[in-house]
Write a protein that binds this ligand. Structure first.
Ligand code: 4NP
Length: 161
């Protein structure tokens, strides 16, 4: 099992979008049983809140449904996951500080796996939820290709797929 945690600031826009996009991607490829996928915020500012409605509507427009309740990440969450995939440089800085030297190698910016490394701009401020969806989808697809090759020994293909 490969444990993946997506992280943004509030855990109501980008990281729950990434969680549901990635879950949908691995389901379509028959890979769900190889992954445990969740999401967190670096902040507790939205703790307990559902996915922000414009983010949820964007997912639904692309045929992706699901729910999530916002939660703040802790050091034990970092220790319990194999990949901590964050959205922007601010998240990365906060996570590396929390992770410490011994755990910071598992922290990545999601779009660092793409051919065009970049931040996923926060749609809470930009209001561009389509752009966030597209950047996150690009990042998730690139991360999936990376992990299929880097952790090939840990992948179970669903034979029914
Ligand atoms: P997210 O967006 O980090 O993509 O979930 C935000 C949501 C809420 C706030 C900031 C960013 N906020 O300040 O409440």
């Amino acid at each position: 099992m490969i444990n993946v945690a997506f992280v943004c600031l509030g855990n109501i826009c980008r990281s729950p979008m990434a969680e549901l996009i990635f879950k949908n991607m691995i389901k379509e490829r028959g890979l769900s049983s190889s992954f445990c996928v969740t999401s967190f915020g670096t902040s507790d500012c939205e703790q307990g809140n559902p996915i922000y409605l414009p983010a949820k509507k964007t997912l639904i427009m692309h045929g992706i449904a699901g729910n999530h309740t916002a939660k703040q990440i802790s050091l034990s969450d970092i220790k319990n996951n194999d990949f901590i995939l964050c959205m922007d440089s601010g998240n990365y800085r906060d996570l590396v500080r929390l992770a410490g030297e011994s755990n910071s190698a598992k922290v990545f910016k999601l779009c660092s796996f793409t051919s065009c490394p970049r931040d996923v701009a926060d749609p809470w401020y930009t209001r561009d939820f389509e752009r966030a969806f597209s950047d996150i989808t690009d990042g998730c697809a690139a991360f999936l290709e990376f992990v299929l090759s880097d952790r090939a020994d840990m992948i179970n293909y669903d034979k029914r797929h």
